[in-house]
Design a protein around this ligand. Structure first.
Ligand code: ZN
Length: 287
């Protein structure tokens, strides 16, 4: 599955897809409430009102760079607070390679934030040691985000995530810390979008008059465009995250901007009353 934004190509690499089982992350998104938002169905929710979500990476190819945005859960990790995220043995790297992106062809890894489901494949277990999965890449983290999790990983599972998926990148000398509004290359600028996490960044892509927004976890699901106050249980600051949603969606609403979430598929943001809705991207078949 891929999209074009001027000279930039974006490809989605899925690690895990889920339907339902999302009440723990978005407790207000009951099936009854979701069925009141028919524009979510069928792309983003089922007829029964169950949410469709995924854990995925986005490979962004510019004329000069090959970037992996967010790296999922990873294999062999332990100490996670979601039991099924431990000791995984998934085919993510095979999927990535089959899509045309062997790990050594990646020159940049960019994490929107440093939560467990966005840093996992930063590293892989080799001979009992966590080593960088993308051996030729520099890994780009937000400075504020990195410093927060380095200094304030209070829970054991947060410590585990930092220790096995972030610190080894630093130890290998491959980490680069950037400001939340940094320009990564000609086509890519970061947008600071704190709330879900203290140093969360979204990614703005511009090329040849076209643009895209990789929103990360500003919203976990498009239902939060209609209900901006439906903060996720994973949001570190639920009030700020709601404010950030309103600001970011207002900036990109009613434009031809392609928007892809950290856990949902592509579409376009539209104003809808005092909030927003999300129109699923329609693929044009070239066959
Ligand atoms: Zn996430």
């Amino acid at each position: 599955m891929h999209w074009k934004v001027g000279k930039v190509k974006i490809t989605k690499i899925v690690e895990l897809e889920t339907v339902g089982s999302t009440r723990f992350i978005l407790p207000l998104a009951s099936s009854e409430e979701i069925r009141k938002l028919p524009w979510l169905i069928p792309q983003f929710a089922t007829e029964e009102g169950r949410l469709k979500m995924s854990i995925h990476s986005l490979v962004v190819e510019t004329p000069s760079r090959r970037i992996v945005v967010d790296t999922g859960l990873g294999n062999d990790k332990q100490g996670r607070n979601v039991p099924t995220w431990n000791n995984r043995n998934g085919p993510y790297l095979e999927t990535l390679t089959q899509a045309g992106f062997p790990p050594d062809s990646i020159d940049t890894v960019l994490c929107t934030h440093l939560h467990v489901d966005h840093v996992g494949w930063n590293t892989g277990l080799v001979g009992g040691t966590w080593v960088p999965t993308f051996g030729r890449a520099r890994y780009v983290f937000g400075k504020a985000e990195f410093e927060h999790w380095r200094d304030h990983s209070d829970e054991p599972y947060q410590k585990a995530v930092f220790a096995d998926s972030v610190q080894p990148i630093v130890d290998a000398g491959k980490a680069e810390l950037i400001a939340g509004d940094a320009r990564l290359c000609d086509e890519i600028t970061m947008i600071p979008t704190a709330g879900h996490s203290p140093g969360h960044m979204s990614i703005h892509i511009q090329s040849e008059g076209e643009q895209a927004l990789l929103s990360g976890d500003v919203a976990h699901h498009p239902c939060q465009m209609a209900h901006l106050d439906w903060s996720s249980t994973a949001d570190s600051d639920p009030v700020q995250s709601a404010l950030t949603r309103r600001q970011l969606f207002a900036r990109f609403a009613d434009q031809p901007t392609l928007v892809i979430g950290g856990h949902f598929d592509a579409g376009h943001i539209r104003r809808d009353g005092d909030a927003f809705r999300f129109d699923a991207f329609k693929f044009i078949s070239l066959a």
